[in-house]
Design a binder for this molecule. Structure first.
Ligand code: ATP
Ligand code: MG
Length: 471
């Protein structure tokens, strides 16, 4: 009757049924069959438990006092598309069950269900859901799997380390200057892990003030504060079975550092207003552009938490320390940007690459990406030429300033005010670049800021400074 122990971890089923006796009966049969069972006594509770427990399948009663089964079904499928939901119908009212299947239910059983049939349907549902997940993972991988580009020894080592530590459950602290690819490395680690088909949940610790961040991370229970009308799972719970990426972890307030430490040590979290800790099954990855060890030494970051997070430390070197990666990265990013903007892929000219190599990239790969996007937008010919580069890059190169510069020779087509003649001053060059970008984007501030690789606020300030604000 019962399945042998399930290979590859527990299978989890959520039973939503208002009759305690029936739930109890199902629990016995299902646990015998190797399932871990969670219960809910109504539709609303079922939806909350769904987020908390992340089941592999749901058994759902058609008739409950608080909510119609069909309405619960719709919400379940909205939250977890593809999750197999098996309807339980007490009255042999097969019509309604068939209707539910049209709306996405996986199958139905009449109550009381035959034990063997129940387990057989659930097994089939589990296999089906796994197939869907694998397909999705496969497709995502084929479409545009994250890729760490670079042939420098440092990047080779990094790729190797990612492949090695990805599959472990170890907490990893990813260090590197802004724009070096920390988030990308986190995605790669998750993709290389056994949790790859589970969720990757990201939290930016700098984005929210402390109290909001706390409920965002750990969730809250109904009634925890005014306005908490239902239980809300935190990112920890949402990442169940997957990976939680704590970005900019160096910005975490001290009070929350203590709670995070507890979550890491004991694998439990306490939702706001909760009475008991809840177990969580997540792997933690964290990133920061700060020197966390120094922060710890200075008392701004808990030392014990630092050591917990830095079980493994990965440091991504800045782009200026691996200039050999620039051409490869440029080719990769140009392809990606071309796809993203649905623009024709353009190749960089030798002089363009030469100029890229002369710059020291304080904003690292992200800055390179922005510079390339800007060039793509400005480009009118098939080949990208140096005149499409921002003034500071051109100046560092110096190629554009002499009459016989390769950039000037290659310049194809009339480019308005191409900076091949040296701008009178740094300010002139900047003003010119901003004016051109504005023109290209039809005065659209956000797009202009993005193309120039500056924040909107910075752009606003510069527009005022150069008298370009009124348009
Ligand atoms: N080695 C690489 N190969 C391919 N793409 C990369 C590489 N490194 C970075 N990128 C790309 O550069 C951009 C910036 O990377 P990412 O967001 O991961 O950096 P970050 O270190 O998290 O930056 P920040 O500190 O600003 O948050 C992304 O579009 C990313 O895909
Ligand atoms: Mg980042």
């Amino acid at each position: 009757m019962a399945d042998p122990a399930v290979p590859g971890g527990t299978r989890r089923v959520l039973v939503i049924d208002d009759e305690p006796g029936h739930r109890m009966m199902l629990r016995v049969v299902l646990e015998d069959g190797g399932w871990r069972v969670d219960e809910a006594g109504g539709g609303r509770e079922g939806l909350t438990r769904l987020a908390e427990t992340r089941p592999d399948a749901v058994l759902l009663d058609m008739r409950m006092p608080d909510m119609e089964g069909s309405a619960v079904l719709a919400e379940i499928l909205a939250a977890r598309p593809g999750l197999p939901v098996i309807m339980l119908t007490a009255y042999g009212s097969v019509g309604a069950a068939v209707e539910a299947m049209k709306h996405g239910a996986y199958d139905y059983l009449t109550k009381p269900a035959d034990n063997d049939e129940l387990l057989a349907v659930l097994d089939k549902a589990f296999d089906y859901a796994r197939l869907l997940r694998e397909n999705a993972a496969l497709k995502a991988g084929l479409a545009r799997g994250p890729e760490l580009v670079g042939q420098s020894p440092a990047m080779e080592r990094l790729r190797q380390t990612v492949a090695q530590v990805g599959p472990s459950e170890a907490t990893v602290l990813i260090l590197g200057e802004s724009g070096t690819g920390k988030e990308l490395v986190a995605e790669m680690l998750h993709a290389a892990s056994h949790r790859a088909t589970g969720p990757l949940v990201k939290v930016n610790c700098a984005a929210l003030p402390g109290d909001l961040l706390e409920s965002e991370l750990f969730g809250y229970v109904k009634g925890a504060f005014t306005g908490a009308v239902t239980n809300k799972p935190g990112r920890f719970q949402l990442a169940g079975g997957g990976t939680l990426f704590l970005d900019e972890v160096g910005e975490l307030p001290l009070a929350l550092q203590a709670k995070l430490l507890r979550a890491l040590q004991e694998r439990v979290v306490e939702p706001l207003g909760g009475v008991k800790p809840e177990p969580v099954d997540v792997r933690i990855l964290a990133a920061t552009n700060r020197d966390l060890k120094a922060e710890a030494a200075a008392g701004r970051f808990r030392e014990d938490l630092y050591y917990r997070l830095a079980v493994l430390e990965l440091t991504i070197p800045p782009l200026r320390e691996r200039p050999g990666d620039v051409p490869l990265l440029a080719a990769h990013l140009l392809r990606r940007l071309g796809e993203k903007n649905r623009k024709q892929v353009r190749d960089p000219s030798p002089a363009f690459l030469d100029a890229l190599l002369a710059w020291n990239w304080p904003g690292n790969v992200r800055e390179l990406e922005n510079v390339l996007e800007r060039a793509l937008i400005l480009a009118r010919a098939d080949t990208l030429t140096p005149d499409l580069l921002p003034p500071q890059v051109l100046r560092a190169w110096g190629g554009g300033t002499s009459g016989s510069a390769p950039g000037a020779a290659e310049g194809s087509g009339p480019v308005p005010s191409a900076p091949s003649a040296p701008a009178a001053s740094l300010d002139d060059a900047e003003r010119e670049a901003i004016a051109r970008a504005l023109e290209v984007h039809g005065g659209h501030r956000e797009k202009t800021a993005e193309a120039l690789g500056v924040s909107r606020r910075t752009l606003q300030y510069k527009l005022r400074k150069y008298g370009l604000a009124r348009r």
